[in-house]
Write a protein that binds this ligand. Structure first.
Ligand SMILES: Cc1cc2nc3c(=O)[nH]c(=O)nc-3n(C[C@H](O)[C@H](O)[C@H](O)COP(=O)(O)O)c2cc1C
Length: 334
């Protein structure tokens, strides 16, 4: 008898490793994979929940959804046939999803485009260029969201004031809270240090833009990734991922959809950064809900635009696969 990892588990392991590149709130990477006998189980890691920012663990679950989507894109791009079960066990709330490998099929060209975007995507918090985002590209991004299971509401010019209000409400309440500032600081990392958290050389000034972004500079770091004061982010577009309900299954689908939006936008040559500050405070969520006509629940915001000239921000680091992906070998005759 020898121990080996069969082809199905190997394919799933490759997908789980590719999914380590998924975005997560403050780059907490709050998940683990367990691969065994042709199934890959994705579990949330509650020890990485953000106690102040994410008391209900919606952003933790959303981040797991993004990892799940990255894995599924990788499988479909490689020609795997598979089935996904979300939240398969009521008694195990941390078990987010099980992927079951079913065999080989035709590789999906659409998935291959998104798989290529995994390597190119990064959060770009710089102000975007003054070039308008083509409406047709935004519509394709919106279609990608629809296929992924939730709705992407593209904010219209006349609605922008509500987004500004939501960002302002969250910022005012969060910045006034020492627990928030401490949590933010705990997840900021000096350049090149650590395997999680937000590197300070990827943060940007929140001001000088119509819609302020999360103020990472409040922790005392001076942003270094842009200096061009006349770039004002005026052509940034905003999307809100909207779910029907407001429970764990909805948050998971919202994470899948967020990933679909970010990868589809990247494949269009656009730059993105997620904005969960818009939904972190109840008052901000109420503001966005009203903007949506009280239909559905705002799960997370996305900023989309044409990237500014100059070097792209560097990619944030990731935790090593050996910590995140457990693979159980199988017994074989021999
Ligand atoms: C659920 C979720 C919420 C996020 N919220 C914010 C945010 O409010 N502001 C921000 O600048 N980035 C936000 N991000 C982006 C993460 O900080 C980023 O994905 C992570 O640091 C990894 O970096 P990368 O996207 O460059 O790979 C969020 C990402 C996710 C998945």
């Amino acid at each position: 008898m020898t121990m080996l990892v069969g082809p199905a588990s190997r394919t799933l392991t490759d997908a789980a490793v590719a999914a380590l590149q998924a975005p997560s709130v403050l780059n907490t990477q709050p998940w683990r994979w367990h691969v065994e006998r042709g199934t890959a189980s994705l579990s949330a890691d509650p020890s990485r929940r953000l106690a102040r920012i994410d008391p209900d663990r919606r952003l933790l679950v959303l981040s797991c959804g993004a990892a799940l989507h990255h894995a599924c894109v990788t499988l479909a791009a490689g020609g795997a046939d598979f089935a996904v079960e979300l939240l398969p066990d009521d008694r195990a709330p941390d078990l987010m999803a099980i992927i079951r490998y079913r065999g080989e099929t035709e590789p999906s060209p659409a998935a291959q485009r998104l798989r290529d975007a995994i390597a190119a995507r990064r959060s770009d918090r710089r102000p975007f260029s003054g070039t308008r985002v083509p409406e047709a590209a935004l519509e394709r991004v919106r279609d990608a969201a629809q296929r992924a299971g939730a709705r992407l509401h593209l904010v219209r010019a006349e609605e922008l004031v509500e987004v500004i209000a939501a960002a302002g409400r969250s910022a005012a309440e969060e910045m006034a809270d020492p627990a928030y500032r401490a949590e933010l600081l705990a997840w900021l990392r000096p350049p090149g240090v650590g395997r999680d958290g937000v590197p300070v050389d990827t943060i940007a000034r929140p001001g000088l833009r119509p819609v302020p972004i999360r103020d990472f500079t409040a922790a005392g770091y001076v942003p270094a990734i842009y200096s061009d004061a006349d770039v004002t982010d005026r052509e940034a577009r905003y999307g809100i991922v909207v779910t029907d309900g407001d429970g764990p299954a909805d948050w998971l689908r919202a994470g899948v959809t967020l990933s679909a939006v970010l990868l589809a936008a990247t494949a269009e040559g656009l730059a993105t950064s997620a904005m969960s500050d818009l939904v972190e405070e109840p008052t901000a969520r109420v503001t966005l809900r009203r903007m949506l006509g009280n239909v559905g629940h705002p799960a997370v915001g996305v900023r989309i635009g044409v990237p500014a000239p100059g070097p792209l921000p560097r990619r944030a680091p990731r935790r090593p696969a050996a910590e995140m992906v457990e693979v159980v070998a199988e017994l074989a005759r021999g």
